[in-house]
Write a protein that binds this ligand. Sequence first.
Ligand code: CA
Length: 224
Amino acid sequence: MHVLVVEDEKKTASFIRKALQAEGFTVDVIYNGDEAAPFAAETSLDAIVLDIMLPGRDGLSVLRQLRARKITTPVLLLSARGEVDERVEGLDAGADDYLAKPFVLAELIARVRALGRRSRAHMPVELRIANLSLNTFTRTARRDTTDICLTSREYLLLEFLMRSVGRICSRSSILEQVWGYTFDPGTNLVDVYIRRVREKIDSGHSPKLLHSVRGSGYVMKIEP
Ligand code: CA
């Protein structure tokens, strides 16, 4: 699970980050409200832990901005105890859950986990990284203003990579996810398809998104 934590108090943020990482989650932390929605728009996230009191845009405003951009990632709002109005306002603005500070870490983890499950039950229809989008309903891709035609296997490969943005996908995990092979067929099948997909999504565009990691596999990330 990939979780974004938006919290300016460094100690609290680091505390939450460590606890979620210990549960095996991938965690990014942002300390300023203004950077949250742009980050969420470019990253495939399973949940967002969003503090209300933030420098720049406050948490409620971030939440409205996310929902206005049709980013439906589940949000757990954090706030000081007793701010009932903010809680109601937060739920109205599209928060999925709410936790008052100070909280017990085990409860935060349990709630984030529950949000992640909900998010997986309603997988996003559109996956995005930079100006590449992939519609999981129509199975079509678009880079900037160019529509990209994909064969069904190329689509499965791109979908797997885009659901794993920032994480290295090994050849064996790709073979298993895209071809259903639990063994190595001993061919360069993966490399051939990676080349085709890269040609379609990256050729003539920047930043480059599909990268080889020597000896490990492939990763989707934004890199010039
Ligand atoms: Ca704060």
